[in-house]
Design a protein around this ligand. Structure first.
Ligand SMILES: *[C@@H]1O[C@H](CO)[C@@H](O)[C@H](O)[C@H]1NC(C)=O
Ligand SMILES: *[C@@H]1O[C@H](CO)[C@@H](O)[C@H](O)[C@H]1NC(C)=O
Ligand SMILES: *[C@@H]1O[C@H](CO)[C@@H](O)[C@H](O)[C@H]1NC(C)=O
Length: 699
């Protein structure tokens, strides 16, 4: 079962391998026929064990003995870190009736036994009569299972007592599931460069609950710098959920336990788990799943079931991605940032009858939320009735609004089109993406931790009016995806900020105008600020302390009436007048500007930092905007009889990524401060880079 294809570079090609992986594995159950009473004791709960407990997954890592393959310490480290985190996470999600005593796995008689007794009238009917001399022990998807984890086996005469060949191993204590882990570069990895890992379940208990499985990581692919730890954890979780029961092969073994998990004697195998609806769509029809999907789509009551992805008639092990895009159990992976452990998937585990599910571990899935019973159908996705889908191939926003996206399709979408994150640099929340924008930023984009993608066709009036040569960036006409800052004000309500603009309330579903810009910005509905975390929620704190806010200084040389010299008091007055003009130009509050001064040689200097409670763009951003507009259009101030103008050629800035200028201009004392801060910035920037995990921008 179970391949999760990471589709790199937007190429939605390649076979789905999960069926092939599944086929290679024979699911083993405990051997009933030859099972003396003590065999059952390790599987069936003893009295007093009728309380579900968090699922204990014990992992065994074996370095794959692949000839000629170099050991891959980096892939190994990343894989094992992900396994550890994922198994811990699953403990908080799934509980089972704990296995009592050591967990022992079964041997496959078809492997160790060459022939069995065939006469139903003999006492040892169907027991092993001839051993397979070539028996090499048991394995699970290529991982060798140690004899210590396995039951023993015997050779039986036609009548009488058996000859013990291998006794039971000691088994594994404190385990409800054994996970064998391999890091390798298998032929499957080789064939599918987008596969992170694949997994299979190999053994079931007497109630058919999965007891053991293997996950194989494609070691070479784990080294990709575009994969973050979180991505590998999500891929691992996806694979383990397959191995724990979310699989086309295992659906038909799910149990119906009307009296709950603790009363397992009343459980029966479910009569129907999947079926086709009138459109031919394959559905998973169990009750919790149907109910959960109805709730998700905002349909009263229940639905017939939740659609499964189908590929060439294979047994489906994934949700239909048109309906449950972004769910952890869809067939394609777009990075951890875009993936949710959704409530419908957790409902499926409840319906398996093997687990008690912690539903508070579910993550909200925005895709299709409240969109009604016809959402995601091939017949409705192209009508423009839902803004989750798009038509054409233009640029817009991925539905989570974290990324810009382009309208695209793939084989799992059956002709429907959605905004997929671009291959590179489309994350609005990554500041480094903004470094690539030219100094000229006609659309006023801001890349920041709190930036989101908005449909907009804004063009800066300053730039369009004052650029002598035609602007290199054409005016936007059709709205496209752009990155702007947002901050939540209430549940469902937010404000936006474009470079140099004040905060503008954005009414969900409406378009707003931004001062200083032509065009409109569209405010998405039902996507941003959904949690009621109070005004100016922590998740959307506009500008918490960023390195760019530390300190900045703006210096302007004024040219005035020739020969006009000013006294100290006059200079103070003039400084105030210049500051007022500057604040007007900036379109922000005065809370950014501190200690304006003018020297006798008419250099105006003001410190820029945000006072507490000062809301708006970062200092660096404001500084950049001001610098730009002052270049385009100098400030002119009247003071008494005189007129002063800022001199473009004499415009100096400090700390705006331009330390050399700073040194020219500033006193030694300030230089020292600047150097210290620059040092601190270097450290902070480094730490930030180390912390910002790179999510793959894939489609
Ligand atoms: C259930 O999930 C929530 C959220 O992940 C977690 O905080 C809580 O500890 C879990 N409960 C149990 C019993 O594991
Ligand atoms: C199992 O089902 C029977 C009949 O429905 C009921 O009487 C009995 O109490 C159930 N057992 C448990 C442990 O719930
Ligand atoms: C922005 O788009 C709207 C329609 O979406 C259009 O009416 C308007 O003219 C556009 N503005 C500019 C400046 O292109």
């Amino acid at each position: 079962m179970k391949m999760w294809r990471l589709l790199l570079l937007g190429v939605a090609t390649g076979r789905c391998l999960h069926e092939e992986t599944q086929k290679s594995v024979r699911l083993l159950r405990p051997p009933f026929s030859q099972m003396p009473t003590h065999f059952r004791s390790s599987i069936l709960p003893l009295p007093g064990s009728h309380e579900p407990r968090p699922l204990r997954i014990q992992t065994y890592y074996s370095r794959a003995p692949v000839p000629g393959e170099a050991w891959d310490p980096e892939g190994e480290t990343r894989a094992l870190a992900a396994v550890t985190e994922t198994t811990r996470r699953i403990q908080g999600i799934l509980a089972v009736l704990p296995v009592q005593g050591p967990l022992l796995l079964s041997r496959d008689p078809a492997q160790y036994c060459h022939a069995v007794w065939g006469d139903p009238d003999t006492p040892n009917y169907q027991r092993c009569s001839i051993l397979n001399p070539g028996y090499k022990g048991e394995s699970c998807l290529g991982a060798k299972i140690p004899d210590a984890h396995l039951r023993g086996y015997s050779l039986w005469p036609e009548h009488g007592l058996p000859q013990l060949i291998q006794p039971d191993g000691p088994g594994v204590q404190n385990a409800d599931f054994l996970l064998y882990v391999q890091v390798a570069h298998t032929s499957k990895c080789h064939k599918e460069p987008s596969v992170i890992a694949y997994a299979a379940c190999c053994q079931l208990d007497s109630e058919d609950r999965p007891l053991a499985g293997t996950i194989v990581y494609c070691g070479q692919h784990l080294r990709s710098p575009t994969l973050s730890h979180d991505d590998i954890v999500m891929a691992t979780l996806h694979e383990l959920l397959h191995a724990l029961g979310f699989s086309g092969q295992l659906f038909k073994m799910w149990r119906d336990c009307p009296s709950g998990l603790s009363a397992r004697e009343n459980c029966s195998t479910r009569k129907q788990v999947t079926r086709r609806d009138e459109r031919g769509q394959l559905l998973l029809t169990t009750p919790a799943v149907s109910h959960s999907l109805a709730k998700h789509l905002g349909v009263p009551g229940t639905l017939q079931g939740a659609p499964l992805e189908e590929k060439q008639g294979s047994l489906s092990s994934h949700w239909e991605s048109r309906l449950l895009q972004g769910s952890i159990m869809t067939a394609t992976f777009h990075g951890a940032q875009h993936t949710r452990l959704d409530p419908v998937t957790l409902a499926a585990f409840e319906d398996s009858g093997w687990y008690q599910v912690n539903h508070s571990a579910a993550e909200e899935l925005l895709w299709g939320q409240g969109s009604g019973p016809d959402f995601g159908l091939v017949s409705t996705c192209r009508t423009g009735s839902s803004d989750f889908f798009c038509t054409g191939s233009g640029l817009g926003c991925h539905y989570l609004h974290l990324d810009k996206g382009s309208c695209d399709s793939d084989s799992t979408l059956e002709g429907c089109r959605i905004y997929k994150p671009l291959a590179k640099g489309s994350e609005c929340w990554k500041e480094e993406n903004g470094l690539h924008t030219r100094a000229e930023n006609p659309h006023g984009e801001i890349y920041h931790r709190h930036s989101r993608c908005f449909l907009a066709n804004l063009t800066s009036q300053v730039l369009s009016k004052h650029t002598s040569q035609p602007s290199t960036a054409p005016d936007l006409e059709d709205p496209t995806g752009c990155c702007y800052l947002h901050q939540c004000t209430h549940k469902g309500a937010y404000e936006v900020q474009v470079e140099g603009s004040p905060w503008i309330p954005c009414l969900p579903g409406k378009a707003v105008q931004i001062p200083g810009y032509d065009g409109l910005l569209y405010c998405p509905q039902g996507r941003l600020c959904l949690r009621d975390e109070g005004a100016r929620a922590a998740t959307s704190q506009p500008m918490s302390f960023t390195t760019q806010d530390l300190l900045s200084q703006l210096s302007l040389r004024l040219t005035g009436t020739p020969g006009h010299s000013l006294g100290k008091g006059q200079r103070e007055e003039l400084a105030e007048v210049v500051l007022q003009a500057l604040v007007m130009r900036a379109g922000t509050s005065r809370c950014y500007f501190h200690s304006p001064t003018i020297t006798t040689s008419l250099v105006f200097t003001v410190s820029m930092w945000k006072s507490p409670g000062c809301h708006g763009p970062s200092v660096a951003m404001l500084h950049r905007t001001l610098t730009l507009t002052l270049q385009m259009k100098p400030l002119q101030v009247h003071h008494g009889e005189a007129i002063f103008t800022t001199d473009y050629s004499k415009l100096w800035t400090s700390l705006d990524h331009n330390p050399s200028m700073t040194e020219l201009l500033l006193s030694t004392g300030f230089c020292l401060l600047v150097l210290i801060l620059v040092g601190a910035l270097g450290t902070l920037a480094y730490q930030k880079r180390a912390m910002l995990q790179v999510a793959p921008s894939t489609t």
